[in-house]
Design a protein around this ligand. Structure first.
Ligand code: BG6
Length: 295
């Protein structure tokens, strides 16, 4: 299978498929700037993004399963068509299905681009009776852009939620802050309730379990890691909501695929449409994208 993928999609020196963890196929992109990216066909799950100097920007748990039917803990899980709990598997089925590559290419400006696609099939239809085509586009240069597109390929409208559930690697959560959400209302989803809140601080800091949904958030937010001395800007189009999540001590212990202390080295800043569903008519297309840029 790997040989066939490379025959069809490999680009000498810059793009190749290789067996990843547990032999699951993954695409590896190596850009001339020094930046690199790994994305599994399982879930179209980006598990590594290294900036040009080689620093890994994404967190992936050492306890993660890499198994059919199981989500990967870390990187960029693709959430679709449900966010959180509901009738479907948690955060939807996109992150636990096998996607297929559509193309891998060098764009005219030199960025490496790849598209992975997930179409409805009997398995998804049994869970969610809609015809759709979901695409994940990655564009890697000295920055990374990830785009999610949803097409309604059926004859009836449907509604969905979607997100890039990105896990960032930080040196020390005590020194990490999220900027750009000052004074905005959020829904606090820690525990069982959904409590409204606002935060007047310039920066969100972490000293407890944090799980906040900011609906209609600004197009730009940033993650600052004072310990590692970087600021990572997230610029989104179409992704109108932001979720900020760190499981902290107790929840980390409850998650079987996450180390007890790993909450210290990660924070999720998720971009998507999670507060209110997107209604898509037959043949309708929705896209949302986030560009990640280290400043
Ligand atoms: C976040 C949710 O988006 O995802 C959290 O806000 C949830 O409540 C977290 O715990 C992780 O979900 P999962 O299914 O990957 O464990």
């Amino acid at each position: 299978m790997i040989d066939e993928l490379n025959r069809k999609f490999g680009l000498p020196g810059v793009a190749s498929f290789a067996p990843g963890r547990n032999g699951l196929p993954r695409l590896e992109l190596r850009h001339g700037s020094g930046a690199s990216l790994q994305v599994y066909l399982h879930g179209a799950h980006v598990t590594s993004w290294r900036r040009p100097d080689g620093r890994e920007m994404l967190f992936t748990s050492g306890q993660s399963e890499f198994a059919d039917g199981r989500p990967i803990r870390g990187g960029i899980p693709v959430v679709f068509p449900q966010f959180g709990d509901g009738p479907l598997p948690k955060h939807g089925f996109a992150r636990i299905r096998t996607w297929r590559p559509e193309f891998v290419r060098v764009a005219p400006g030199g960025a490496l681009e790849a598209r992975l696609v997930l179409d409805d099939d009997a398995g998804t239809y049994a869970m969610w009776p809609h015809r759709f085509r979901l695409a994940l586009d990655v564009a890697l240069s000295d920055v990374l852009t990830v785009r999610v597109s949803v097409r309604n390929a059926g004859g009836a409208p449907f509604s969905f939620l979607a997100a890039l559930h990105t896990y960032f690697a930080v040196d020390d959560i005590a020194c990490a802050t999220v900027l750009g959400l000052k004074g905005l209302p959020f829904i606090d989803t820690v525990g069982d309730g959904r409590k409204p809140g606002t935060d007047g601080c310039e920066a969100i800091a972490f000293d407890r379990e944090t799980d906040r949904v900011y609906a209609r958030a600004p197009a730009r937010v940033a993650l600052r890691d004072e310990a590692a001395r970087f600021t990572l800007a997230l610029d989104s189009e179409g992704m109108r909501d932001i979720v900020v999540w760190n499981p902290w001590v107790e929840k980390s212990k409850r998650m079987p695929d996450f180390g007890d202390d790993e909450y210290r080295r990660m924070v999720c800043v998720e971009t998507g449409v999670v507060a209110e569903g997107i209604d898509l008519p037959p043949d309708g297309l929705w896209t949302g994208a986030t560009t990640f840029r280290v400043e």
